[in-house]
Ligand binder design. Structure first.
Ligand SMILES: NC(=O)c1ccc[n+]([C@@H]2O[C@H](COP(=O)([O-])OP(=O)(O)OC[C@H]3O[C@@H](n4cnc5c(N)ncnc54)[C@H](OP(=O)(O)O)[C@@H]3O)[C@@H](O)[C@H]2O)c1
Length: 316
């Protein structure tokens, strides 16, 4: 049997999500990066080492042999970009941050264009919308009549520390209390330093302060505290089923994550799934949203053309 040809992806928009998609693609054995499509203003920009050999174009029409385009452009630019790409008959995956009615309207608009150009599309393929929507839908499906509570939080709880901030050479500082694996309480102090400040001197000054003396205090210089606060964001999804004869079910998802990375993972997985969707009549165009009932809807679409579907195929 001849080996399966790698799926050739184009990454459109080389921002946070686009860069991770490119990296995941270049690390994979069954995918290859056909092109990076950028705006003219940024097309000459330097690329990371891992993708330096990849052709950069300013229009999808200039890229060769693209099987799937991953749309990593700002949400307000997704529709226009999708239109340009679908016109070439190239399938797309998008992760636009839209929810509820707006996501439905977007899905319908994409469906019309995809249907017209006989190309396929997966929309809402990210973390939220995307994977988190799937968890939410399954929780609701398993406990009908229950209530869901969702809380977002930072990965660790950071607070400003006036003491560390007052040390000469420190621009700003944040502190977190973390339990070590043996149960000991540790203090992590993250500091953003002034130019030319000496990290060792600052570390010693913070550790010697009466506030931290005798505590296990780790000091970490970082480039940007603002970025640190964004990192490691988390979510708690808490679903309580109604009390009743069938038992009282409580489902809990606690996740710490980088939504950029998880979004890129879902997009790449969706691109792989598109290859499977090729099976079937050529006029079958699936404009599907990888969210909730829509995932099931997509699987049902497929089930019309195959007698058995695995439960796992409900996911990407
Ligand atoms: N579903 C989810 O959970 C989830 C999570 C994160 C992000 N997202 C979505 O993913 C998309 C990308 O997010 P990101 O964080 O990577 O954004 P980003 O860092 O701002 O990158 C977007 C890139 O798109 C290109 N771009 C900028 N303005 C454009 C325009 N007007 N028209 C066409 N291209 C333009 C630029 O790339 P070039 O300079 O290379 O042209 C830019 O770097 C957004 O739609 C965002 O809402 C979804």
């Amino acid at each position: 049997m001849s080996p399966v040809k790698p799926l050739r992806l184009a990454v459109v928009g080389f921002g946070r999500v686009g860069q991770v998609c490119a990296e995941l693609t270049s690390l994979s054995h069954d995918l290859s990066l056909a092109a990076i499509v950028r705006r003219a203003a940024s097309a000459g920009g330097k690329l990371p080492e891992t993708v330096r050999s990849i052709p950069v174009t300013t229009h999808i029409g200039q890229a060769r042999d693209v099987d799937v385009a991953l749309l990593c452009v700002p949400t307000n630019a997704v529709m226009e970009t999708a239109y340009q790409i679908l016109q070439h008959g190239i399938p797309i995956v998008d992760c636009a941050t839209l929810h509820g009615e707006a996501l439905h309207a977007h899905k319908n608009a994409i469906h019309k264009v995809a249907f017209h150009h006989r190309a396929q599309a997966i929309v809402g393929a990210g973390w939220d919308p995307g994977a988190l929507s799937v968890f939410r839908s399954w929780f609701a499906l398993l406990t009908p009549g229950g209530a869901t509570e969702m809380r977002h939080h930072t990965g660790i709880s950071l607070r400003h520390t006036t003491m560390a901030r007052s040390v000469v050479g420190v621009k700003d500082a944040l502190c977190a209390e973390v339990r070590a694996t043996d149960g000991r309480l540790q203090r992590y102090v993250y500091v953003e330093l002034e130019k030319k400040a000496d990290a060792n001197t600052i570390t010693q000054a913070i550790r010697a302060d009466p506030l931290f003396l005798g505590e296990d205090t780790q000091v970490f210089p970082v480039e940007s505290l603002a970025e640190l606060e964004q990192e490691g964001r988390g979510v708690v999804l808490d679903r309580r089923g109604p009390p009743g004869r069938l038992g009282h079910h409580h489902l809990l998802l606690e996740a710490r994550l980088d939504d950029t990375v998880l979004t890129a993972q879902v997009m790449v997985a969706a691109a792989r799934a598109l290859r499977r969707l090729h099976v079937g009549p050529r006029d079958l165009v699936c404009g599907i949203a990888a969210s909730g009932g829509n995932v099931i809807e997509a699987a049902l679409h497929r089930s019309q053309h195959s007698h058995v579907i695995f439960a796992e195929s409900l996911f990407l």
